[in-house]
Design a protein around this ligand. Structure first.
Ligand code: M5T
Length: 617
């Protein structure tokens, strides 16, 4: 809250971003702004020669984009937004204004002009405050500004230029490049706000909001500087600043706040203290609470999860990866779904930053290509499907599970044991484990220097994702994956093309009942948290007996809770666990010490799993 006081001022207002640019959506949602996305239909065709400077063109275009959306929303739905934000980014070089390239040749012309030179990137921004007048006319007050950033390109070879153009990246970007992605490789230096180049000058925007919402009062002019984003202890402290709307020195802001003084200072449903004049008597509302954005975020969280699940289950991201970009109608056809339903799902995915949409055509974001396409190297598709098909119903039955205090796997699924443990379910579980381990394996394998161990045995190592990572990082290490026969029989499909079968060996067995294979390093990844106490101690006793002092060790990959046990991921996950528990670092230390591991190191990796190395001295 302290970090984003000005952004928080928009909470409770109906804010609309009049932009289809996924980058603008990301920049604003990353700082906690809640808004709807309504792309503008305004055609960027203003006559450039009418403007005395290119930045004026960008500001005017931004203004027209926002106004078009404000008017359309007001007319069509009679649901007038409180604030509409529009933006326009242009690249300028020697008086020429470069917008988005029309085709590859146009991209080539732009990029070859930029090669080896410094150019300016201007983003014009318009913040349009809307109000419905009594006769249902739309009244607007506009605050606008622009930001300039200077960018210098390296000298680009023809090959590099064409390779970059063929990547497809330039096509929806001003100047034909994306500094935040591959285009970053073309850039030698940047002077000014980086996000301004990406499409939205966040810092300047916050300063403008500060000017609008915290104009300096006569008394407190020393507290709020016009060119700084205010630091506040709490919003109550600001109320005296807010009340004195008339003291604003900035004329365009005065206009935006012209109704101040005879009614509420804000145009949206605000829970800030307000001063109301009724029959000539001034009343101050008692209400000083903030808009409960945190609660609303939690409340709505399940809708976002389910949107991600449905799009993944219907393979939307796979179809878009194959085809590049498609219209809603074509995606609906490919996933065998209704056009109307598909369109809603796709738009929701755009709003969540999973898809991009330009002129009614959808494509995957980089995030989706990297993590959501089912056969991508670091895909979390398997984990999503497991969450949708399995975990979701656990949480649906959470109240009764809490009341009855039972293991509710069967209750949640209303299925027979055969169904719960059937081959399909097992395969789905393996996929979920595989993708979780794929994205965590590097951090777990490098949390400690394990190079002195020449043989490792991953107990319950499933598809071998961690084993492969270990053998890649430690070329001298041989790794045995020890898991149940029904797991081992299905591991082939998960092996990378170039896997060295002499260094990674799969062995069937049950780590609770069978003798453990000999190894210098034992690994228990995502095993301990799930075991009931008696099985947990039985397993640790076996591992401890197999470890010789000084020569061998136990590597554990688990979520390690903070000492106060407030880490939400682990705690939320534990709600769906059938037995076992999540532990803090101290609890893991005590547990391992009780089994003779007298040197325990813990590394919080920042990834899905942390790492613990336990050694007997
Ligand atoms: C230089 C540069 C630009 N862009 C993107 O270029 C588009 C500009 O076009 P616009 O006309 O301002 O916006 P739009 O994409 O057409 O969206 P809209 O606001 O609906 O007009 C915006 O997307 C920006 O992010 C990048 O992503 N990275 C960069 O380094």
């Amino acid at each position: 809250m302290l970090l984003n006081p000005v952004i928080s001022k928009l909470a409770g207002k109906r804010v609309v971003l009049a932009s289809a640019s996924p980058r603008r959506q990301d920049i604003l949602s990353n700082v906690g702004l809640r808004f709807e996305v309504v792309p503008s239909w305004f055609k960027e065709t203003l006559e450039k020669s009418l403007f005395s400077a290119p930045q004026e063109y960008a500001v005017e275009t931004a203004k027209q984009k926002a106004l078009e959306v404000a008017r359309r929303m007001h007319m069509k739905h009679r649901k007038t937004p409180d604030i509409v934000i529009g933006a326009d980014t242009i690249v300028t070089l020697e008086d020429a204004i470069l917008e988005k390239p029309l085709d590859k040749q146009d991209a080539y012309n732009m990029l070859s002009r930029l090669s080896g030179k410094e150019h300016s990137v201007f983003t014009g921004v318009a913040i349009v405050h809307c109000k419905s007048e009594k006769d249902n006319q739309l009244d607007t007050d506009i605050v606008d500004f622009y930001e300039e950033t200077k960018v210098k390109f390296a000298v680009l070879s023809e090959d590099l230029l064409w390779e970059y153009i063929d990547s497809g990246e330039p096509m929806d970007k001003a100047g034909g490049y994306g500094i935040q992605s591959l285009g970053g490789m073309l850039v030698e230096s940047v002077h000014g706000d980086f996000l301004n180049v990406v499409g939205f000058p966040l810092n300047h925007f916050c300063k403008k909001l500060a000017e609008i919402y915290y104009p300096p009062s006569k008394q407190s002019i020393h507290r709020v500087k016009h060119d700084s984003i205010p630091y506040v202890e709490s919003f109550e402290n600001l109320s005296d600043v807010e009340k004195d709307c008339s003291s604003s020195k900035n004329s365009d802001i005065k206009k935006a706040r012209k109704d101040c003084g005879n009614n509420s200072c804000s145009s949206g449903p605000s829970l800030q203290p307000t001063t109301i004049i009724q029959n000539g008597v001034e009343k101050k509302s008692e209400n000083t609470i903030q808009f409960p954005s945190k609660i609303i975020e939690l409340l709505d969280g399940f809708k976002a999860s389910k949107t991600l699940f449905a799009a993944s289950k219907l393979k939307v991201f796979d179809k878009l990866k194959d085809k590049g970009a498609l219209k809603a109608m074509d995606i609906a056809d490919k996933i065998n779904a209704s056009v109307h339903g598909t369109e809603r799902l796709l738009d929701a995915c755009v709003a969540l930053g999973l898809l991009e949409k330009t002129h009614q055509v959808y494509s995957n974001t980089e995030l989706a290509n990297t993590f959501l396409v089912s056969d991508a190297e670091f895909s979390v598709h398997g984990y999503i499907i497991h969450s949708n098909d399995h975990l979701w119903s656990h949480y649906t039955h959470l109240e009764s599970a809490v009341v009855e205090g039972i293991n509710y796997h069967h209750k949640a699924h209303g299925q027979t044991a055969e169904h719960v443990h059937g081959p399909e379910v097992k395969e789905r579980y393996m996929r979920a484990m595989h993708c979780t381990l794929k994205i965590t394996a590097r951090d777990v394998a490098t949390a400690f220097d394990l190079s002195k161990y020449s043989t490792a045995c991953d107990l319950g190592g499933c598809t071998g994702a961690l084993a492969h990572e270990l053998s890649w990082i430690y070329p001298e290490m041989k790794v045995k994956v020890f898991d149940l026969p029904e797991v081992i029989k299905n591991v082939t499909q998960f092996q990378p093309e170039k896997s060295d079968s002499t260094r990674i060996i799969f062995t069937s067995g049950n780590f609770l009942d069978d003798a453990l294979p000999k190894a210098d390093l034992y690994i228990l990844s995502r095993v301990l948290h799930d075991l009931l106490e008696d099985k947990l101690h039985h397993l640790l006793r076996k591992v401890s007996e197999a470890c010789s002092p000084g020569n061998s060790a136990l590597l554990i990959a688990e979520i390690v809770l903070d000492e106060e046990k407030r880490e939400p991921r682990a705690l939320l996950q534990s709600l769906s666990m059938s037995g076992g528990k999540q532990r803090s670092g101290t609890e893991y230390k005590q547990l391992l010490e009780s089994h003779g591991f007298n040197r325990v190191q813990i590394k919080n990796t920042g990834n899905l799993l942390d790492a613990i190395l336990a050694v007997k001295r």
